[in-house]
Design a protein. Sequence first.
Length: 257
Amino acid sequence: MGLHFFRGFCILALRYPGFSREQKSLATRTWSRHLLTVLAIELRTSGNPPEPDPRNTLLVSNHISWLDIIALASCSGTRFIAKKEIHHWPFIGWMAHRGGTLFIDRTNRRDASRVNQQMADALRSGDCLTVFPEGTTSTGLALLPFKSSLFESAVLADSTVQPVTIRYLNEHGQHTSAPSYAGQTTVWQSLGRLLRLRKMVVELHYGAPLHAGHEPYLTRFELAEAARHQIAHELKPVLDKPDTVAKISVCPPVAAQ
């Protein structure tokens, strides 16, 4: 794993800046898939997956772990939107910045306007972006309210919004919270739980694409509500206990923030 990260560091430092958009997409997908293999994680996709290099597309997903980024990047050439604190993380922050991540100050509502404009410009130029509208991670047993603010970029750019549901299963096909990065869990604790598993499966279910700016998705609120509804619906079969099913509402709440 260490050698694989070192390889990624060398690619980002020496070769990545000179790559074309297609070459960057291929390099990111290849490196991410190899990391899943190193961690003994099987990737399964279903639903309506986009092209490997989708254009003017906003992927929106539930958020469980730092591993979500690796799983999503293994399938699509995409840039991520992350909280600004990650920019200052040793090594990881540098890699994220070098890989094209856009950073947002979630404590400052005015910063959303700046990032939305950056995102809209990137989408119009043909980029694919990924956001986690819950704004934080969970254990995977509940879906938090979606913050609708960053959906505005898709409306501005007349983009395709595609919901993605992430699920983690152990070797017996049961839901596992091993990769969860919620609460006070550290990256090292999360990684340690992963390494103790003989095998794990990450499932990505791609929902029906939503066309921003067109009926019935004229506003960011309608987009956020529709995306959350799809993800909530796909999460239900994974949950083991009846009381956890109730935590995911059929009529999804959407925050105006």
